[in-house]
Design a protein around this ligand. Structure first.
Ligand SMILES: [Zn+2]
Length: 398
């Protein structure tokens, strides 16, 4: 057994890097490993909502064109209050052929594999730059990637920034070259409160929110019907925009007219489309809603569409040297779209062709008792070294 690999994962899981917490201790721990392995490192510190976060860049190899970025995020989704846990989320535990702990699959397992591969790598063999990039805040706003992607060339100095990136998000080692953009926003309805016995004295925000949901739901059905022939192969299950009503809250008691109701949602649009197109259409449709409830004809509610937060879509070209290398080490023979967004959204916007491929199963991500199979975990470092060998060490002219 590779004890170093397990040790690094054990330590990484023990850092509580739920996105709202600072990832700095975990990032500094990782930086230590890469420095020890002979890499040049740089911490890129950012402030996210008053919390100190950091991205880590660690690189090696000569200042030549080409090479590879290998990337993953350090933050995890929360576990407190998530039903179903019967293990300590911050304690790595091995049982049978699985390893348990928050982030084992998404995606500290891959980070540990990277640290192990970096340690084992003979840096003298590098013909082109190898860059590891570990980010903060991926699970919430992707601010780590958004902020660092445009600065990466500057941080690397004389080393030309590679044009290819590999993100090891959990795909069961399937290769994914695309994902949709994501747009998140809130709709607020402001009504007028009062006693439920006199509905005409107020306007019920929950009732008006019902109209909002109906209106957006119709738009959702229209988009579902508008299937894109161009993306039929990339997104075979949903070659169209998709939407989700995420959270809703409103009202204070059954005998009080609900004064406020707010709803948060996301949609995902196909690559090549302005991610804000659908948001603007939502705004137009909401403006056409009759803002009265069903029991109060005279008083109008206000429907407010909050600001949009977006992550761009990603669509990497097929047939890159990275794709060939990933096919060779995983046995995959084709690439398709991912149903989730990644930091690759911001890498793509910075002109970096990104592929998603990693250990762990997507259905383990964000789950209670998150786990990764030992086999998939243990074979990772050799796969990473092989991809590095193909992209950064071999003479590509041969
Ligand atoms: Zn992830």
């Amino acid at each position: 057994m590779n004890t170093y690999l397990y040790e690094v994962l054990d330590r990484l899981v023990a850092f509580d890097t739920v996105s709202v917490n600072s990832d700095v201790p975990a990032i500094e721990y990782l930086a230590g490993h890469f420095e020890h392995a002979g890499f040049t490192t740089s911490l890129h510190r950012i402030d996210v909502g008053g919390v100190a976060q950091a991205n880590l860049v660690a690189w090696a190899g000569p200042p030549r064109e080409g090479g590879l970025i290998i990337s993953g995020h350090v933050d995890t989704v929360p576990f407190a209050g998530q039903p179903g846990w019967n293990r300590d989320p911050l304690k790595l535990e091995t049982a049978g052929d699985r390893i348990f702990g928050r982030g084992t699959t998404d995606m500290k397992g891959f980070l540990a594999q990277c640290a192990d591969a970096a340690r084992a790598l003979d840096r003298q063999r590098l013909q082109r730059p190898l860059v590891f990039l570990f980010t903060a805040d991926e699970e919430v706003g992707m601010l780590g990637a958004e902020r660092i992607a445009p600065l990466l060339a500057e941080i690397l100095g004389e080393v030309p920034r590679p044009h290819l990136a590999w993100i090891g998000e959990p795909t069961s080692y399937a290769v994914m070259n695309a994902h949709k953009s994501v747009c998140a926003f809130e709709v607020k309805v402001r009504g007028r409160g009062g006693h439920s016995g006199a509905p005409q004295m107020g306007v019920n925000a929950i009732a008006v929110m019902g109209k909002v949901i109906e209106t957006i739901g119709r738009l959702q059905a229209e988009r579902r019907a508008a299937r894109s022939a161009k993306f039929a192969e990339v997104f075979p299950e949903s070659p169209h925009d998709v939407m989700n009503f995420g959270t809703i809250a409103g009202g204070i008691a059954t005998n009080v007219i609900a004064e406020r109701c707010s709803m948060r949602m996301t949609y995902r649009s196909l690559p090549g489309v302005d991610p804000l197109d659908l948001y603007r259409e939502v705004g137009r449709r909401l403006a056409q809603i009759d803002p009265h409830d069903y029991g109060s004809p005279d008083i109008a509610a206000a429907i407010e569409l909050g600001p949009a937060m977006i992550a761009p879509a990603m669509l990497a070209p097929r047939g890159t040297t990275l794709e060939q290398a990933l096919f060779a080490v995983t046995g995959a023979t084709t690439a398709a779209g991912a149903p989730f967004a990644t930091d690759g959204a911001w890498f793509a916007r910075a002109g970096i062709a990104t592929l998603i491929c990693g250990p762990g199963d997507f259905d383990q991500a964000h789950q209670p008792n998150e786990s990764i199979g030992r086999g998939a975990f243990e074979r990772g470092p050799a796969m990473i070294l092989e991809v590095i060998d193909r992209l950064c060490c071999r003479d590509l002219s041969k």
